[in-house]
Design a protein around this ligand. Structure first.
Ligand SMILES: Cc1ncc(COP(=O)(O)O)c(CNC2(C(=O)O)CC2)c1O
Length: 337
């Protein structure tokens, strides 16, 4: 495929498995079939998740330049920064993570928010975890630039990986591969997924899937659900990554939009709304599967709402992309007590 010209470093178990959510589908009226592709179970590193699929196309660039550190950025409960550290462990490199105040932490979570879940795991893996007070933004950050500068001045050679790997030149490639993998699984399963529902914050996951499916003329099957709470910025960044990825892949197509539902990202990034908590509990109760209040709880809320609004044709096969993230649930205990 078009991806073959890019080097890949294996970090996943193999194709990620696909669950069938029969109980959830029935609970929602039995009008559609609901499946989930389980990136939350795609690897043995830390808590697995979508970032590892992206790192598979970034690691060769790191190894080619004998870097000493991988440096990345995210919020306090970031999955990105944890997976950066886990990847660095496997490569025998150091990792420095800049973790900003992206979330207005609820009073009830203040005592533990920067001690449990993803950041606890990051410390256990030996990450150099640096908390900084700067607020949320998915773009390039001063704190990140300063850290790279500091390491360089100390004689190290840091490799920068921007938020969510998304602004990285190869950030979209991992999920182009996801699409190729999904097409193979459709053939093996004798099924076609009519719609693909995926969470979108820094954009390279949805962008990769979009471009990957565009290889088969199916980009309109992809529905990105905003979880950034800043949909204009996320839309612009995701569309830019779509066109950048399409160009380096040699797809020879430019795009001026993608299906983007901005109704579920509230109230702000990292804080669930009523519907998010209901969605997490409904999926939990019907399928025994966990999602989180920052990301997949919001895209699951979107999927449920779209089913209720009859946005999917009767009998169609809807694929939920589970990208991980449940590992931050302990930082949100007050929403479930
Ligand atoms: C579990 C989970 N699900 C969906 C997403 C959204 O992916 P994109 O950023 O590629 O749009 C993240 C991202 N997380 C970020 C992080 O810092 O962890 C990049 C924001 C995620 O972790």
């Amino acid at each position: 495929t078009l991806l073959d010209k890019f080097e890949k470093y294996d970090l996943l178990f193999g194709p990620s498995p696909i669950s069938k959510f029969e109980n959830l589908a029935k609970e929602l009226g039995g009008k559609v079939n609901i499946y989930a592709k389980r990136e939350d179970r795609n690897s043995g590193l830390a808590f697995a998740g979508n970032k590892l699929r992206k790192f598979e196309y970034i690691v060769p660039d790191i190894l080619a330049g004998n870097y000493t550190h991988i440096v990345s950025i995210g919020g306090i409960q970031s999955n990105q920064t944890l997976m950066t550290i886990a990847t660095a462990c496997k490569l025998g490199l150091k990792a420095v993570t800049v973790q900003e105040n992206w979330v207005p932490i609820p009073e009830a979570e203040k005592p533990t928010y920067d001690k449990v879940g993803n950041i606890e795991a990051a410390r256990i893996l030996g990450g150099d975890v640096r908390l900084v007070p700067d607020g949320f933004d998915i773009g390039m950050r001063k704190s990140f630039e300063d850290t790279l500068q500091e390491l360089t001045s100390q004689g190290f050679k840091p490799y920068p990986v921007p938020a969510g790997c998304s602004e990285h030149k190869y950030g979209g490639l991992g999920f182009v591969g996801f699409a190729d993998e999904l097409i193979k699984q459709e053939k093996e399963m004798g099924i076609k997924f009519d719609k693909i529902v995926v969470c979108c914050v820094t954009g390279s996951t949805a962008a990769g899937i979009f471009v990957g499916m565009a290889q088969y003329g199916r980009e309109n099957d992809v529905i990105a659900i905003d979880a950034s709470g800043k949909p204009e910025k996320t839309f612009e960044q995701t569309l830019r990554i779509i066109n950048h990825t399409s160009e380096i892949l040699g797809l020879g197509k430019k795009f001026d939009t993608f299906n983007f539902d901005t109704r579920f990202g509230g109230p702000v990034y990292g804080i669930p709304n009523e519907g998010t908590i209901e969605a997490i509990k409904l999926l939990g109760k019907t399928e025994g599967t966990l999602t989180d209040p920052v990301y997949e709880g919001k895209s699951m809320q979107g999927l449920i709402e779209l089913v209720k609004e009859d946005k999917f044709e009767e009998g169609s096969n809807v694929l939920f992309v589970h990208l991980g993230g449940a590992s931050s649930l302990s930082a949100y205990q007050s929403y479930f007590s």
